[in-house]
Design a protein around this ligand. Sequence first.
Ligand SMILES: O=C(O)[C@@H](O)C(=O)COP(=O)(O)O
Ligand SMILES: [Zn+2]
Length: 210
Amino acid sequence: MTELEQKIQMVNLAKSLFERGYTVGGAGNLSVRLDENRILVTPTGSSLGRLTAERLSVLDMEGNVLEGDKPSKESVFHLEMYRKDPKCNAIVHLHSTYLTALSCLEGLDVENAMRAFTPYYVMRIGKLQVIPYYRPGDINIARELGERALTGKAFLLANHGVVVKGSDLIDAVDNTEELEETAKLQFILQGHKIRYLTEAEVKDLENRGK
Ligand SMILES: O=C(O)[C@@H](O)C(=O)COP(=O)(O)O
Ligand SMILES: [Zn+2]
C-alpha cells in the first residue's frame, strides 16, 4: 500500500468505528507503522468520525512531528509499543462502551480480565491484561504497556478504555471489534452461569493458531 492509501484506510476505518458507535466525541486514537522510522497517528482532539488524510500526523520514532496536525497525546504509548514489539504494525485505542465498563470494575484479574467462553476470543486475543489507572497521556501508561508489549495483544487501561494491537490496521480493528463484542456478551451473561472453555479447550485453540 502507498502512504496515501494507508492514510485513506485509517480515515475510512476510523469513520466506520465512529458510525457504528465504537467511539464518540473526540475519544480514542489509531496508529500504523509506516516503516522502521515513522508512524501515522490520529491528531489530538479529533473525532474518529471526521478525520482527513492530510491532517493525520506522521511522527518519527522519537515522537518528532514530520507531517500533519499535533498528534494524539497517547502517541507516546503507541511509539513505545512499536519500539518494543517489532511484529506490531497497528494499534487501536478506544473507549468502547463494554470494554470501558469492564475497565471500571474493582477486583479484576490483572493478568486476564476476561476468562474465555468463546473460541474466537481465544483465537484473536487470548487474554486481556490490565494496566493500572493513570491520567490519559501519562508517561506511565507508555512504560507499563512497553513492559508488557510482548506478552499480549490487548490491554485494558483501568477506568479508561482498551488498547489493541494488530499485524495491520484491519487486523487491529477486527481484534478490537471481537473484544468489544466479547465484553458485551459477558455483561449480557451476568447473573447466568457461564460455561467457560476448559483449559484443554483453550490449549487446543492456542495450538491450532501456531
Ligand atoms: O482518554 C484520552 O484522553 C485519550 O486517551 C484519548 O482517547 C483521546 O486523546 P487524543 O488522541 O489526544 O485526542
Ligand atoms: Zn483514551
